[in-house]
Design a protein around this ligand. Structure first.
Ligand code: PSV
Ligand code: MN
Length: 436
């Protein structure tokens, strides 16, 4: 399949030519600094070049809050335009070659053609996300009472059917994972029986699980609250791992960074899930108060680094969980871009994620393990902190340039005037409340 990328290669080459000499200098200085600590910058760069994270199709448009959505002129209005924008992100950043889709939001009539369209843009498809948290026009049974855990058998059957349809669509797109997040829960004490609602969820989820192809995985995404404010059926990693263990080997847990109570030690959750072979994937984003869906690394980059410290530890020293899981998590971004151009937010987030990954590779693991064994608290802490303090920007830029991307993706994107051009071509997005 011949590829036709959205931005002009000359534009990127010209922009890079202006920055290349400075980058060479900065990269050489970083390499020398790292070499003094026994770290080979080129080796870390090669790892960064192989590292990828998927972008969410829904993140390509302006999100919005429960209160309002402020559309952006030229934002995409359908999956085709979203793919184009995702291709721009990957062309400039070179670390986001897959798109995670959401159904029915991304529904089309010909998925084979959509797959070809994505391939022509240099993209593939990552996990499929089902949506049983919202009613659709003409839907037979409302999800107002919940979906997989609803007290109404017909509603549960409809939710199961939708998830199975998502698997079918995913097969056509070349996906191998289904992410299931349900908004099921309650707003009042006593509203539902807390144990029986989980029973219903487990029975229905087992029907979805039974429809998984052999090489697929199903990922359960937990979330503490919202839309339900008193109880959520899969509220935390404990509920998630218990459900995943009950459902079977192909069922794993997905950690969305925004889905925990404030100050929860997410890196420890990551280590626990890996320990039991249940770490399925991530939805990266950042938050200050709750499920804010802010740009990854914009609020708490240190936490992102500590999460990656666990991930790199697992990558280098994979444990095999008792149910046979190794280490192969699906990395995805899940953000709602309310006040920025989504392309810029995803470029910036992908860079934050790559940076946290690179820094985690700078950790002197031998020194860390020895300090931990010897209970040398300060040395263990400093071993992490030295890696976190390193400025890896030249390494990331060099990796991007070598892969054909832009040294400075956001500046180059602005120079391309992509959004202004699309504002002339694309239809306007309506007002109204957005999705969260
Ligand atoms: C729920 O808050 C969530 O994180 C799930 O991943 C959804 O699929 C996504 O956001 C979009 O609403
Ligand atoms: Mn999510």
């Amino acid at each position: 399949m011949s590829q036709s990328l959205p931005l002009s290669e000359e534009l990127i080459a010209e922009a890079n030519a202006r920055e290349a000499a400075g980058l060479e200098e900065d990269y050489a200085a970083l390499s020398r600094r790292l070499a003094r600590r026994g770290v080979d910058a080129d080796a870390v760069k090669e790892r960064v070049k192989r590292f990828t994270v998927a972008v969410p199709s829904w993140g390509a448009g302006r999100g919005g809050t429960r209160f309002a959505k402020f559309p952006l002129a030229g934002e995409p209005t359908d999956i085709h335009e979203k793919l184009e924008d995702c291709a721009v992100i990957n062309q400039l950043g070179r670390s986001t070659p897959r798109v995670s889709t959401h159904f029915p939001w991304d529904k089309v009539s010909d998925y084979g053609a959509l797959r070809e369209e994505a391939e022509s843009l240099g993209l593939g498809f990552d996990a499929i996300n089902s949506n049983t948290f919202q009613d659709q026009p003409g839907q037979a049974h409302t999800y107002a009472t919940g979906s997989l855990s609803s007290t109404d058998a017909k509603t549960r059957a409809q939710a199961v059917e939708h998830n199975i349809e998502c698997i079918e669509i995913g097969r056509k797109l070349g996906s191998t994972a289904l992410t299931v997040w349900v908004g099921d829960g309650t707003n009042f004490p006593g509203q539902q029986d807390l144990a029986r609602s989980l029973d219903r969820y487990l029975d229905a989820a087992a029907e979805v699980y039974a429809a998984l192809p052999g090489d697929w995985r199903m990922m359960l995404e937990h979330k503490l609250f919202e839309p339900a404010f008193y109880s959520s059926v899969i509220s935390d990693w404990g509920s998630s791992i218990l459900a995943a263990q009950e459902l079977g080997d192909k069922c794993k847990c997905l950690v969305d960074l925004g889905h925990h109570a404030p100050n929860v030690n997410i890196e420890q959750i990551v280590a626990r899930l890996h320990r039991f072979g249940k770490l399925g994937g991530f939805h990266f984003n950042d938050s200050k108060y709750g499920d804010d869906d802010l740009d990854t690394g914009s609020i708490n980059p240190h936490q992102l680094f500590l999460v990656f410290n666990e991930l790199v530890e697992a990558e280098l020293n994979p444990r095999v969980g008792k149910d046979g899981g190794g280490f192969d998590p699906a990395y995805m971004i899940d953000q709602s871009h309310n006040v920025t151009d989504p392309i810029e937010s995803m470029l910036s987030s992908a860079e934050a994620i790559n940076g946290a990954y690179a820094k985690a590779y700078l950790v002197d693991r031998e020194a860390l393990h020895m300090a931990q064994e010897a209970n040398d608290v300060m040395l263990a802490f400093r071993t992490l902190r030295i890696a976190y303090d390193a400025d890896v920007a030249p390494l990331l830029a060099m990796a991007r340039m070598e892969l054909g991307g832009a040294i400075d993706p956001i500046t180059t994107y602005r120079e391309s005037r992509w959004r202004e051009r699309k504002a002339q071509e694309r239809k306007e997005v309506g007002l109204g409340a957005g999705i969260v």
